[in-house]
Design a protein around this ligand. Structure first.
Ligand code: PLP
Length: 432
């Protein structure tokens, strides 16, 4: 379970009432549970311990440096996809020698920055990138170690925008072409500067079954066998992230169920195993708190008009995703036994929960049964820890929300609320 639960009609995050924090820090507010983040990390580490993986938390999922620091203290490395994310890792005191770097369009500046920092592994997505990496490694005199990102052509049956391992996506190199890439690169001068000794795949996100992993990994270990037979030294297999979060119940999926299917494929192969979980760790570890500004009876429905929306949590608008929503202080009569999507709680009414943005896609939920709600009430949008704040924008010139991390009975501001000055600062002092 995550550490958000109702006691005496009020939502708690660990030992603190969420509404007290909303009053103290204001809204909109991202609230994270340190205990939940640690618990999810440890679940993965222990489930996969037989293959001693390096766990590289995917920074893009929830990028706050205080959260990166918390995970670093658990022993985590980091999966980065930009120079900016490397900067965050360094700022958080993370070890670049435990970082892997994916991304289809790395620029020269980003590559130089990460070569300088001395990252562990380059997850290379194309022949052209490999060539460019080798050139820059030679110029800077900094040798690099790389894995080729392959596209195992499996369909994880998740949303098409978060499917990355099918043939028609822009990510990685097809399996057939992969062998040729290894062969051509070994014969080129670039191999003096880059050791291409790994294979990486990241097949998608919000994957809730083991089959796509089993299919992908069987293809990948067969590829590694063929590469080794052709004389290539392969030391590393990075199987990416993608383990889902349960957006209905707030329960984490069973890391052990994934491990039971995956570990037997990887064991005893003399491979350093890297995994890049993101959503599994952060998804259920955060909520977004918003305050109802107005209740408006529309034509045939009631709108709860909130102070947060798609600019702070874009998942419903972008992916049509479900987030459980419930008041922070619904009172004792409205505390469900468990969160379920379909149960209609007695005494609730159907409403649309929407934000202030000038877009019709700006909603958190439509036709959702909530307890009677009034102006000033606080709502929790659950499971907002992953791809929430990290995808937030200042669209319509609303400053970004604050972020608070709760650890037991301690609450700590880990990002101050954006200000009007923050909105215009990069536009000032730019000369004429
Ligand atoms: C986004 C991403 C991840 C994390 O995905 P989750 O589904 O959040 O686990 C891991 N690796 C790469 C390369 C990614 O782009």
């Amino acid at each position: 379970m995550d550490r958000f639960d109702y006691r005496e009609g009020r939502l708690y995050c660990e030992d603190l009432a969420a509404a007290d924090l909303a009053r103290r820090f204001g809204t909109p507010l991202y609230l994270y549970s340190a205990g939940t983040l640690r618990r999810h990390y440890r679940k993965l580490a222990s489930a996969f311990s037989a293959v001693e993986p390096l766990i590289c938390y995917s920074v893009k999922v929830c990028s706050n440096i205080h959260i990166l620091r918390l995970l670093k203290d658990e022993g985590s490395g980091f999966d980065i996809v930009s120079g900016g994310e490397l900067h965050r890792v360094l700022e958080a005191g993370g070890d670049p020698a435990q970082c892997c770097y994916a991304g289809v369009a790395k620029t020269d500046d980003e590559i130089r920055f990460a070569l300088d920092a001395g990252i562990l592994l380059w997850n290379v997505e194309s022949e052209a990138e490999l060539e460019n990496l080798a050139r820059l490694a030679r110029e800077t005199g900094r040798p690099a170690r790389a894995a080729l990102r392959v596209n195992p052509d499996v369909d994880p049956k998740t949303h098409r925008y978060i499917t990355t391992g099918k043939r028609e996506t822009k990510f990685g190199v097809d399996l057939e072409r992969a062998e040729r890439v290894f062969g051509d690169f070994a014969a080129s001068s670039g191999s003096k500067h880059v050791a291409l000794t790994g294979v990486q795949a990241h097949i998608g996100s919000q994957i809730t079954t083991v089959e796509p992993y089993v299919q992908a990994l069987e293809k990948i270990v067969a590829l590694i066998d063929r590469l080794r037979a052709a004389g290539h030294e392969i030391t590393t297999l990075d199987f990416g992230g993608g383990f889902g979060a349960d957006y209905e119940s707030g329960e984490a999926l069973e890391a052990r169920a994934f491990a039971a299917a995956i570990v037997p494929i990887l064991e005893g192969r003399r491979l350093k195993i890297i995994m890049e979980p993101g959503r599994f760790i952060a998804g259920n570890a955060g909520i977004l708190i918003t305050q109802v500004q107005y209740v408006k009876a529309g034509g045939d429905r009631t709108f709860l008009l909130c102070d947060s929306g798609m600019h702070h949590l874009i998942r419903p608008a972008l992916y049509g995703s479900y987030h459980h929503i419930w008041p922070l202080e619904p009172g004792e009569d409205f505390v469900p036994e468990q969160r379920t999507r379909d149960e209609v709680f007695p005494g609730t009414e159907a409403v649309d929960v929407v934000g202030p943005i000038c877009e019709s896609a700006d909603f958190f939920a439509k036709d959702r049964h909530l307890p009677p709600t009034a102006r000033g009430d606080y709502l929790a949008v659950f499971c907002a820890g992953a791809y929430g704040m990290s995808m937030a924008s200042e669209y319509n010139s609303f400053p970004r929300p604050a972020e608070v991390l709760v650890d037991g009975s301690q609450a700590r501001l880990i990002r101050r609320r954006g200000t009007y000055d923050d909105l215009v600062a990069p536009e000032r002092d730019v000369g004429d």
